[in-house]
Write a protein that binds this ligand. Sequence first.
Ligand SMILES: C[S@@+](CC[C@H](N)C(=O)[O-])C[C@H]1O[C@@H](n2cnc3c(N)ncnc32)[C@H](O)[C@@H]1O
Length: 350
Amino acid sequence: MKVNYDDVQEYYGKRLSTNEDLQTNACCPNVAPPKYIRDTLKLIHEDVKNKYYGCGLTIPYELEGRHILDLGSGSGRDCFIAAKLVGEEGSITGVDMTDEQLNVAQKYIDYHTEQFNYRTSNTRFLKGNIDNLDSLDLKKESIDIIISNCVINLSMNKPKLFKDAFSLLKNGGEMYFSDVYADRRIPESLQKDPVLWGECLSGALYWNDFLNIAKLAGFTDPRVVTSSPITVENEELQEKLGDIQFFSVTYRLFKLDGLESDCEDYGQSARYKGTIKHNPAFFDLDDHHRFPKGKMITVCGNTYKMLQETRFAEHFEFFGDWDTHYGIFEGCGGNIPYKGEQNSEGAACC
Ligand SMILES: C[S@@+](CC[C@H](N)C(=O)[O-])C[C@H]1O[C@@H](n2cnc3c(N)ncnc32)[C@H](O)[C@@H]1O
């Protein structure tokens, strides 16, 4: 029998008490978050942090005043970090289906409101199923950024989740999330194992299936931000998994009209002003687009849009238009996300 929602609730509500109880390190790649996140983490309550089961850093830059939705918010660690970074004018909504996780998150709303010196809370948690986002108290095209940390692998209906997420985002908004991926499709027999599923392994998507699901939902040009390998480090579970390789990847998916299926060359360039908070020297849009301050960088049409039609626009100068097409833009890739040693800065754990 396939794993069901009750099994997942049982795993996160009863079987795990803290992240020490995890059987593998899938939910915890060992890379330190940047300093400003470490500083924010100092303000987060220990009970919330003890029940953190994420697999990456799902906090993008340029959050002030934004409205954020966290899918599978658990005990609320990422929500509270985001609540600090969006400021009092912004808001964060976390959705989770497991009472024990939600109860911890709810319990510490007032604590964090005080920690951040806010007059009123900017954070709320909804009980709900992320496979049915269309039935929750959420308005279409109302969200600036959807985040999610190590949860989508647990979804039982991933194509619907991405379609619903797309319709909740404003145009120019993005989904910025970390999850576990596999280098091949996971056999059905392993998908029936509640421990492998609960540990975020056997529900993981084969990376190329994920790309196709995201594109079908409307996210035409998924971009890898960081990726790193996951080692299971549990002999019994590793034996069941054989030689399937897993990696943790943070993707960003922009909702933008007119993104093309391939990177096309219109002779456009962008120059970073160095003004995004915590990024004075350079800004990394993804793992293959670094914009050093003041340097003119040639970009494809899709990258141009990701900068010019989003919250990043004010931080760049733009050169060029759409009048002339010069052919394919070489160098942008939709290949296997983890290609060995590469930019894993920012991936985070506990
Ligand atoms: C691996 S934990 C991650 C929690 C949190 N994002 C964090 O980083 O600590 C997975 C969480 O997703 C929730 N979850 C799994 N499937 C869900 C679903 N279909 N709807 C809502 N929540 C779900 C679980 O209850 C659990 O809290």
